[in-house]
Design a protein around this ligand. Structure first.
Ligand SMILES: Nc1ncnc2c1ncn2[C@@H]1O[C@H](COP(=O)(O)OP(=O)(O)OP(=O)(O)O)[C@@H](O)[C@H]1O
Ligand SMILES: C=C(C)CCOP(=O)(O)O
Length: 250
């Protein structure tokens, strides 16, 4: 069973303090992943994607780079990319310490956007890593963008590309919130159309160039498979096959 799991940058970092890992949260997530791949859980082929948190978003904002506005300044593109590689290094360390056979895939070197902003992303390395028993770990990053230089690709976009390209069975986004919240702050169990929750949906409370929760819901509605948004406390349950938080099924 192929599972795509996004660890939100808001979970594994302190999003309000520049380049700060939330060590207990990252360790808890890595422990949940390690025990899921070690047991009879439904997870055999697992791809992990992580977001930018207080790493990529700070640098992207500083240089005025978003998913649509790019830069031709290589130093700016590298500032974003290097920050994401630093965070990716922390994630790989946490996995490695728990014997998760994790290997990095850096989207800057694999993906590109055309002039319309559509993302192409070769899945050869991810597929081969999976077949050889590894856990590929991707991250939000910069990508070359026709006519724009380099723009940001969010982890959420990568999740959609991976889920479609690998025909994933399960898609989970672990964020800081327990799910998509309605206007009374209650978790919405299921979303089938954007209009169902549009009034409650905002961006992110922190520095975030990729659109926060509203962008997440839009991207996941476009996916051909149900996806789940849940909080860190539910990660173990998701990996065990449960359907915690909000199910988004367009
Ligand atoms: N209706 C809503 N329900 C839940 N969260 C919402 C809602 N509207 C806005 N949000 C915001 O969306 C945030 C989650 O999106 P965000 O992009 O910050 O998360 P992430 O994917 O975990 O982090 P990152 O983008 O760094 O990977 C929440 O922390 C909250 O501030
Ligand atoms: C800002 C960068 C480089 C990554 C954004 O990824 P996201 O946090 O998944 O939206």
């Amino acid at each position: 069973m192929t599972t795509i799991l996004k660890l939100g940058g808001s979970v594994i970092t302190d999003k309000d303090r520049r380049e700060t890992v939330d060590v207990p949260a990252l360790e808890a997530a890595a422990t949940a992943v390690a025990s899921a791949i070690d047991t009879e859980s439904p997870v055999d082929d697992l791809v992990v994607v992580h977001g930018g948190g207080s790493y990529g978003h700070y640098h992207a904002e500083e240089h005025g780079v978003s998913t649509t506005d790019g830069t031709h300044d290589a130093r700016a593109a590298l500032a974003i990319h290097d920050a994401m590689k630093r965070l990716n290094g922390h994630v790989l360390d946490a996995f490695g310490q728990r014997d998760v056979p994790a290997l990095p895939v850096h989207p800057l070197s694999v993906g590109a956007r055309d002039a319309e902003g559509d993302l192409s992303f070769s899945l050869d390395s991810v597929r081969t890593m999976l077949a050889e028993g590894f856990v590929p770990v991707l991250h939000g990053d910069g990508v070359a963008h026709a006519g724009e230089g380099v723009t940001v690709v969010s982890g959420d976009e990568l999740v959609v590309r991976l889920a479609e390209g690998l025909d994933a069975d399960r898609v989970g986004l672990c964020s800081t919130v327990p799910g998509v919240l309605d206007t009374n702050d209650e978790v919405v169990p299921e979303i089938r159309e954007f209009g169902d929750v549009a009034a409650a949906l905002g961006g992110s409370d922190s520095t975030d160039v990729t659109g926060g929760m509203a962008a997440k819901v839009r991207a996941l509605l476009a996916l051909g498979a149900p996806a789940h948004i849940f909080g860190p406390d539910e990660l173990e349950a998701f990996l065990a096959g449960d359907a915690p938080g909000t199910c988004i099924d367009g």
